[in-house]
Design a protein around this ligand. Structure first.
Ligand code: S1T
Length: 550
């Protein structure tokens, strides 16, 4: 006889059993009963933030870092719809974010009145969520609720994509049976083995084999296995732009990040000229391959993504990435001569002088700090701060490298600190800080103490790099450092390389609160990667125009 439990309790226990580590959220009247159960049961710690975009970005980052489920709990309508952008980010970047929204109960839904927070219809929110999640359920039936929760959480784990759970407020106390445990959907071992055999043959026959790692390697928690495989194969390993930070804490022979013409030439050649390229978990996106000098030759490539493996001219329709890597480890032989010493080098030794600060100086100063004290996990926002991170030492990193939204930086850094228990470094432009930087005001009550580097060029600098003739990309100078104390942290504004070096050292030494270093950067100064990126885009568009004009 199964002992019935409250539905809210069953859901929380299931979230924990399926791998969630915490909940980020903002309540509302449609969610108060559920939030009360979250606090009462303490099955998972609850962290409330100030704006739902921050809730979504923080929850997603926590899941990404831990290779587990991220959980965001919000109220109906105003809360859930306010979080669409972070959920879309999770969908585009294959991250298992569980969205739980309170909702009206059965009785109020049939009153015949429009309800507050309602849009077109009571199910409008569900319809919107269908476009940014892989599975959805409404917990409006005690008999089906446990199975529905299991179905949706299994989809999140297996497909590493966001899911949506709508939780009517009159169902929280309803008694249900417990949620069925996670059942892994095993890959056919013979298929995985045959596929692995073919991949090894492809790599062994190649003169220039190479390995490119993408986000699924982290999402499925197989970095160590992949590093082991890379070491055994002894072939050059690079990450995709989105995969930056993968295998950073391993001894894989990592040569850097593939960025096409925007990246280092040796890395570009290793990938684009490979005649035996194995891509593990790589999203085929414009940000990963948009400025390639030479398209990857898919006739001599194997790409494992989305539980499928594409080989030259055929497909293995159901081989999971973990199953393929396990099969490859059984067959792996030394194919190349790559070793850990091939690891990429990053600039160090900042000249602490009175010169203005360029993005490369920030990377150099951060590398000096990491060389002295060890690396820190990084959360980066969209903007030149993300391109500057390509010149920083390889370290676990969360960033919107594909969906490319502004806003994740600060909240994702908070999610990183919760998930990792480590002090994170946050990289954020002044424009993005204007959006979600204020979430730093929540650090004091939770004891979070990130080091926040605000790249302040008083502009939407990336846009200015593509369209310098317009004035609307220029922003006012907000003096963010002056606001840090009011938010419970410490702030300093720096304009020279000497001031930057001192500020970083002081920030690192003070663990009592978040440290905001506002770095003033001349508007014309770009990172090396953004400079190459804009040059490559300009060259491509010039070539396009030339081709069109015949
Ligand atoms: N709004 C949101 C939410 N995300 C975006 N990516 C954009 C708008 C468009 C956009 C960029 S980069 C950028 C914008 C507005 C400027 C970012 O400014 P800042 O944070 O100050 O960084 P930096 O000065 O280094 O550029 C991408 C291309 O779509």
């Amino acid at each position: 006889m199964v002992t019935p439990v409250k539905l809210a309790h069953a859901l929380l226990e299931a979230l924990k059993d399926y791998g969630a580590g915490e909940i980020f959220g903002i309540p509302g009247d449609f969610a108060l009963p559920f939030f009360k159960e979250i606090e009462r049961s303490n099955t998972l710690p609850l962290y409330t933030l100030s704006h739902e975009p921050g809730v979504g970005f923080a929850a997603d980052a926590a899941g990404r870092y831990s290779s587990r489920l991220g959980v965001a709990a919000v109220t109906y309508g105003a809360g859930a719809l306010n979080m669409i952008n972070p959920i879309a980010t999770a969908y585009a970047e294959k991250s298992p974010l569980v969205v739980i929204s309170g909702a009206p109960g059965a009785a109020e839904s049939t009153m015949g009145l429009g309800l507050h927070h309602q849009v077109k219809h009571l199910n409008s929110q569900r319809l919107v969520m269908q476009e940014v999640t892989v599975a959805q359920c409404v917990l409006d039936d005690a008999d089906t609720a446990p199975g529905e929760i299991a179905r949706v959480l299994t989809a999140a784990r297996d497909q590493s994509l966001p899911v949506y759970i709508e939780f009517p407020r009159d169902m929280v106390e309803v008694e249900v049976s417990t949620v069925p445990a996670y059942q892994i959907v095993e890959t056919d071992k013979a298929a995985a083995s045959a596929c692995a055999q073919e991949v090894i043959e492809l790599l062994s026959a190649a003169k220039r084999p190479a390995l490119l790692l993408g986000v699924e390697v982290r999402r499925y928690g197989i970095e160590d296995k992949v590093a082991d495989l890379a070491r055994k194969l002894a072939i050059p390993v690079a990450t995709s732009f989105m995969g930056r930070g993968i295998a950073a804490e391993t001894d894989a022979p990592l040569i850097g990040t593939y960025l096409g013409l925007a990246g280092e030439t040796d890395v570009r050649r290793a990938i684009e000229h490979s005649d035996g390229l194995l891509m593990l978990g790589v999203i085929l996106s414009d940000t990963n391959f948009g400025v390639s000098r030479r398209q990857v030759d898919m006739r001599t490539a194997a790409r494992a993504f989305g539980r499928k493996v594409h080989m030259a001219h055929h497909l293995y329709p159901d081989v999971s990435l973990p199953a393929l890597v396990d099969a490859l480890l059984k067959l792996a032989v030394r194919i190349g001569k790559a070793s850990r010493s091939d690891k990429a080098e990053y600039p160090q030794g900042l000249a602490a002088d009175d010169k203005p600060i360029r993005p490369i100086d920030i990377a150099t100063a951060v590398n000096d700090l990491f060389a002295q004290h060890g690396t820190m996990p990084i959360a980066s926002d969209m903007g030149d701060c993300l391109f500057t991170a390509m010149d920083m030492m390889h370290t676990p990193m969360v960033a919107p490298g594909y969906y490319a939204t502004m806003g994740p930086g600060v909240p994702a850094g908070l999610g990183l600190q919760v998930a990792s228990g480590k002090r994170p470094m946050i990289l954020v432009g002044d424009g993005a800080f204007q959006m979600t930087g204020w979430e730093l005001g929540n650090c004091r009550r939770y004891g979070w103490n990130p080091i926040v580097l605000v790249f302040n060029n008083t502009a939407w600098g990336m846009l200015k790099a593509f369209q310098s003739e317009t004035a609307y990309n220029d922003l006012d100078d907000w003096h963010f450092a002056d606001m840090a104390t009011c938010l419970g942290g410490r702030g300093v504004r720096v304009s020279t390389r000497a001031e930057l070096a001192d500020a970083l050292a002081a920030a690192y030494a003070d663990e009592t609160a978040f440290q905001l270093v506002e770095i003033m950067i001349p508007r014309e100064e770009l990172s090396r990667t953004l400079e190459r990126f804009t040059a490559a885009i300009a060259a491509k568009s010039a070539l396009g125009k030339k081709t069109q004009s015949g």
